[in-house]
Design a protein around this ligand. Structure first.
Ligand code: SF4
Ligand code: SF4
Length: 226
């Protein structure tokens, strides 16, 4: 839609039409004010996913895909997509309407200023959510210390300049990442249920948008340029 038409539509709209489109564009980011929803079990951690600092994600502020500046804990999507897990697509209902996160309460698509002003501010971190659970807190810290994300901002140029070495390094990181997760998931059912919240998406899933496809050789994951 052209900007002029968008403005015209926004000028006409005065309230929520309950179309649910906003619920299909990526689960809401959680803010500090939402912590109580997790503490009271209104939103289980198994319904959350962490985008780690440095991952590439669409920025509504800059209207482009770019590396995020800090971790973002979000409601997970469904079916491998970014339709919020609480959104009933047929009924166009929110399954946790009374307990929906503050980002959902704030959103008014016809006048988005308040929502835009919230982006990147007062975000709820994984560490704050598990702060009273020493085992999980230490596990997150170990994961970030031992398996930090590669620098995605230079990945395309690294692949262009030195593809074989870059792929070799990424394959090593990708398999270390997977081995760590598999081990922790086998040790704890709680970690298994909350894997995406605790560690975010596995590295092999994050590499595919950079023109890399993943395949298996024996018990190792390998990469090739598409
Ligand atoms: S805020 Fe906008 S996009 Fe979301 S349900 Fe209401 S009208 Fe639809
Ligand atoms: S929590 Fe509810 S309002 Fe918020 S994105 Fe999900 S379905 Fe929509």
């Amino acid at each position: 839609m052209k900007q002029g038409e968008k403005n015209k539509q926004m000028n006409v709209q005065k309230s929520c039409k309950q179309c649910g489109i906003c619920c299909t564009k990526g689960g809401a980011a959680l803010h500090i004010a939402d912590r109580v929803l997790l503490q009271e079990g209104k939103i289980p951690r198994s319904d959350c996913i962490t985008l780690r600092k440095g991952e590439f994600a669409w920025s509504p502020v800059n209207d482009m895909v770019e590396a995020i500046q800090s971790d973002i804990v979000k409601l997970r999507g469904t079916g491998g997509e970014w339709v919020c897990c609480y959104f009933d697509v047929l009924a166009k209902n929110c399954g946790i309407y009374k307990n929906r996160p503050v980002a959902c309460r704030t959103l008014q698509c016809w006048q988005p200023e308040k929502s835009l002003a919230m982006i990147g501010k007062d975000l709820l971190s994984r560490q704050a959510i598990v702060q009273d659970e020493k085992f999980l807190l230490e596990l997150i810290e170990k994961y970030e210390r031992d398996l930090p994300l590669p620098d995605f901002s230079s990945l395309l140029s690294d692949l262009k300049q030195n593809p074989e070495e870059t792929i070799r390094i990424l394959e090593e990181l990708m398999n270390q990442d997977l081995n760590f997760r598999n081990k922790q998931v086998q040790l704890s059912a709680k970690v298994a249920a909350e894997e995406m919240f605790l560690f975010g998406r596995p590295l092999f899933q994050l590499l595919q948008p950079f023109g890399l496809s993943v395949y298996q050789r024996g018990n190792r994951l390998c990469l090739k340029l598409i």
